[in-house]
Design a protein around this ligand. Sequence first.
Ligand SMILES: N[C@@H](CCC(=O)N[C@@H](CS)C(=O)NCC(=O)O)C(=O)O
Length: 278
Amino acid sequence: MSDAAYVPPKVWQHLAPSGGHFAGINRPVAGATHEKALPVGKQPLQLYSLATPNGVKVTILLEELLALGKEAEYDAWPIRISDGDQFSSGFVEVNPNSKIPALLDRSAATPIRVFESGSILLYLAEKFGAFLPADAAGRTETLNWLFWQMGAAPYLGGGFGHFYAYAPEKLQYPIDRFAMEAKRQLDVLNRRLGEQHWLAGSSYSIADIAVWPWYGELVRGNLYSAGEFLSVHEYTNVVRWANTIAERPAVKRGRRVNRTWGDEAEQLAERHQASDLD
Ligand SMILES: N[C@@H](CCC(=O)N[C@@H](CS)C(=O)NCC(=O)O)C(=O)O
């Protein structure tokens, strides 16, 4: 695997799982592996997710919307990705890409499916008219940072996090390459948050909600145990911003939804009404 003399064959073949975390669920093809319908609750919004950084973006936004008094009640069902739930026929109908989070809005005459966390944040912000400025400049700056997160985080998660925390061997080349990129991204955020209180300017928005579970949790030492390795304390504006967001009641609630691991008091595998979190 780490053999420096490895020469790629003419045609790649999937011979065996590569080892390391998640190797058992990775496949080179898409589509369902088994027939199983998704559960449906009584709320208009059905969320199929898990409390990973991509998952909590959506539950944080939903809890923020509820805190504002919006009618954003939802059922949240856990999709246990290590067990392959994302490959059920029901899940693939809602997200053909087999990744959490996925949302089904059943309040429309024909239910609307929404996948990709950025698309879900935008859909909900527009549906409920919150956390997305209405003016062209504010809206565009929010979307700039929202799409920045979608493009940047795979380097942090799939790149740095994979090779630093999950790969079966510690390999210097990819760790160096992705640590450098992760630090560059932190510096991008640090400079921006030195100019403005929130990413999109003067108000907390879906841009902050998208970026916080990745970069906010990274600087708070809650992602890949990589805080010291990446000297995250140097990014003082990001630390200030991340700690402010962590104190929001909706963030504390949202990050518990669909959590199936860690501290038991912080876990809530399924959520069907507000009182489940009380
Ligand atoms: N770009 C997607 C990424 C979603 C994603 O990577 N989800 C991961 C968990 S954080 C997943 O479902 N992994 C399961 C798999 O790869 O089979 C989004 O933002 O929604």
